[in-house]
Structures are given as C-alpha cells and as structure tokens.
Ligand binder design. Structure first.
Ligand SMILES: [Cu+2]
Length: 323
C-alpha cells in the first residue's frame, strides 16, 4: 500500500489509527497512511511494534494508544460515555475536527440503524446525547475524536439494547437510493489497497440539487462500515466549500480506500433544506472483475452476502447466521 498523502479527505478513522499527524484538526484530513514509524513519541518508543495496529482500520478497538472508550450508566433516553486517557482519568480537552470535538456514530451489527450525532461534553469528561440507539439490537458505537495533545482516534464499543432482536438482511448492492424525497446515485467502485473516487449525485423530483448546504465543513460526509467486523472508515469529500473549485452539488466526490475486499455499507450525510439526510448504499469492494466499472454490480442471486472473493478478507462472519 503506497502512501496516499494527496488524499484530500481520506478516512479520519484510518488517519486516526495510523495517525502520524499530531493534534492538528484539519491536517487529519490529509494524514498519510503510515508507511513510516513514529519518531520520538514517548508512549510508543520505537513504533516498530505498532505495525499491526497502524494498519488496522478505525473503530475495531475499544482501547488504543492509551485511550479507552467507556460507556457510563445513563437514563434510558440518553447515551453517555467517557474517554479515559493514558492516566486513567476522563479526558476533558479535545480538538475540534469537522466543526465538533466529538463525533459519535452508531449502527447495529447488521449495519442497520446508522446515526451520526454530536454529544455534549460535561466538565467531568462525560459525553451525553439523546440516545441514538433506535431500538433493540446489538449496536456498535464509534467515538471519533482528537484528544488535545494526542492523535485522532476512532474507538468502538459494543452496546446491547435488550428487546426482541430482529436481524435485518443487508440490502443488496445498488447504485441508487432514495431518502426523504431525494434520489442519490453512486458512481465508482472501491478497490482494496488503492484510492478510488466515489461520486454521489443528489437530485430531487428529477432535478439536480445544486445548492447543497455545508454540513460540518463539507458538502457531504461519508462513513463506510465493513460487513463482518464493522471496520470504520470516515471518508471526506475531495474539496471543501469555498475552496474555489468545489460546487454545492449535485455531485460530491470522495476519495476512498477500503482496507480489504468485501461488503461495505456506505452512509452519506448531506444537508439540504435545513435538514441532514442520510443515504445508504451497499457496495462490494474488490470483486474479481477488475476493470469492470460497475464492480458494485447487481447481485445475481439476491443474497448479497458472498463477500471476499479473494478469500483473505473475510474469514467467516462472526458466529451468527444470516437468513
Ligand atoms: Cu460528526
């Protein structure tokens, strides 16, 4: 995997784990995927032993680089957590990245129920938000943040909401979806190990939407979750509002690099008409028909499960069957 320093907006999640940039909000967008090593960071003396975690996507670890995501008891209508720092104490100082100090993303383990919310920080280091966990299920909560003086991180933790469990099948791959009256189409196909442009185009009532509103400093935010382990990629657009070349729709282009072949669920947050909308897609990365533009091609059998044609990426999904 080569260094991708030119990615304007590559995964914060990856940058977080790999992060060779230290605590500089916007720079995180351009953080290179690490080929090198940490120098001189006391907490990671040589860096060599970090090779493994350097190459992990975000969100797979509940504790990394000395920081730990700790849910705390909260009323049923609230979700609360802390980030314990290297000294064991709750972290109370964070850098702003993409307009916020903390981005909390949740989704069920079947990749349904996605929400992206922004909790409030209390003086004691507790983050609270009206619960985004919409009903029973096995949820993953991702905290995407940069502790002041530290590296950007995405930590993940499982949360169970008791009740009757309904597993929702992963929707079949598609290149078009509708949400809140908008039609969003996807062109491009992610390829493992290299940067692929993904373009999402928004229309409403057959008309292209050309006045998307900036949301968190961009015309769109794209999160990808990998089926099977919920590896987390936060992908940002190629271009930002006001940079003189990026137009407010109808197309928003992202530069994405997925860590492996397999199925992913993409979640596009965009803002229009004063509200944030989330368009979702299933894509299959790294299908063998390399060179075929529409690798996220229609399923032939209806069940989109069969991921990882190359074998190495998906050693069996966790021990539960899909219908
Ligand atoms: Cu956010």
């Amino acid at each position: 995997m080569r260094t991708v320093t030119r990615l304007a907006g590559f995964a914060v999640g990856l940058a977080a784990v790999f992060g060779t940039t230290y605590g500089i909000g916007r720079v995180v967008d351009r953080a290179p995927v690490v080929e090198g090593r940490h120098d001189g960071d006391g907490a990671h003396a040589t860096g060599e032993h970090d090779e493994t975690t350097d190459r992990l996507p975000g969100g797979l670890l509940v504790s990394d680089r000395g920081y730990t995501l700790e849910p705390v008891d909260a009323p049923a209508d609230e979700f609360a957590f802390r980030i314990a720092g290297p000294d064991g104490q709750p972290v109370t100082r964070y850098d702003v990245a993409h307009d916020k100090q903390m981005h909390l993303i949740v989704a069920r383990r079947d990749l349904s129920g996605f929400r992206h919310v922004h909790p409030e920080l209390a003086a004691d280091g507790t983050w609270r938000v009206d619960t985004p966990l919409a009903g029973p299920g096995l949820w993953r909560a991702f905290a995407d943040f940069t502790p002041t003086g530290g590296e950007a991180l995405t930590l993940g933790v499982d949360v169970t909401v008791p009740g009757e469990l309904t597993e929702r099948p992963l929707p079949a791959p598609s290149t078009s979806t509708t949400v809140d009256g908008y039609t969003v189409t996807l062109t491009g196909s992610p390829q493992p190990g290299r940067t692929s442009p993904l373009t999402l185009t928004v229309s409403r009532g057959g008309q292209p939407v050309t006045d998307l509103e900036p949301y968190l400093g961009a015309y769109g935010h794209l999160v990808a979750l990998r089926r099977g382990d919920m590896a987390y990629l936060h992908v940002h657009p190629d271009g930002t509002p006001g940079d003189g070349r990026t137009r407010p729709g109808p197309a928003v282009t992202f530069l994405a690099e997925v860590p492996s072949a397999g199925s992913y669920r993409l979640y596009l947050d965009f803002r229009h008409g004063g509200a944030v909308h989330t368009a979702e897609f299933t894509v299959v990365a790294g299908t063998p028909a390399a060179g075929t533009p529409a690798a996220d091609a229609p399923p032939t059998g209806g069940d989109p499960s069969g991921p990882a044609p190359t074998g190495g990426a998906d050693h069996g999904t966790p021990g539960h069957g899909h219908n």
